[in-house]
Design a protein around this ligand. Structure first.
Ligand code: HEC
Length: 116
């Protein structure tokens, strides 16, 4: 009986560790000044449609662990080029925001997304 319960415990802990395969986001209090600025750009421009620090869809997919996962929700590689193009040119129901963000906003936003 003891043997079986330890197998069960091992199986359960395997399942739970499998769910948390990526490290958690950097706490907001530990962000550098660019990342903190990027967080406020996120709040203004993206938060209405995307969660950043929790999983699950809003109007678009959650951006939690964006760069820590093997691919973007669409299946494309999670690169700065691809994410920047998504933001500036839009994608399906996501509006193009190239005209609303300057280079500093965009760079700080990308820095913040890397902390998720
Ligand atoms: C009006 C709602 C809306 C806003 C605002 C918005 N998005 Fe999106 N976003 C979406 C939707 C919807 C998708 C899913 C598009 C698809 O693949 O069909 C998406 C997809 C994405 C993707 C995944 C692209 C891929 O290749 O899978 C990224 C990354 C992303 N958004 C980042 C952002 C960032 C960063 C911002 C803020 C600058 C932002 N979005 C603002 C709706 C929005």
């Amino acid at each position: 009986m003891k043997f079986f319960s330890s197998i069960l415990l091992a199986a359960v802990s395997l399942v739970f560790s499998g769910c948390r395969s990526t490290p958690p986001p950097t706490p907001l209090s530990e962000l550098n000044s660019h990342q903190t600025r990027g967080h406020s750009v996120f709040q203004t421009r993206c938060a209405a449609c995307h969660y950043d620090r929790q999983s699950g869809p809003l109007h678009g997919p959650s951006l939690l662990s964006l760069y820590k996962k093997p691919a973007l929700p669409s299946g494309a590689a999670a690169t700065d080029e691809r994410v920047t193009a998504t933001i500036t040119q839009g994608r399906n129901l996501m509006p193009a925001m190239g005209g609303q963000l300057d280079d500093a906003d965009l760079n700080d936003l990308i820095s913040y997304l890397h902390t998720l």
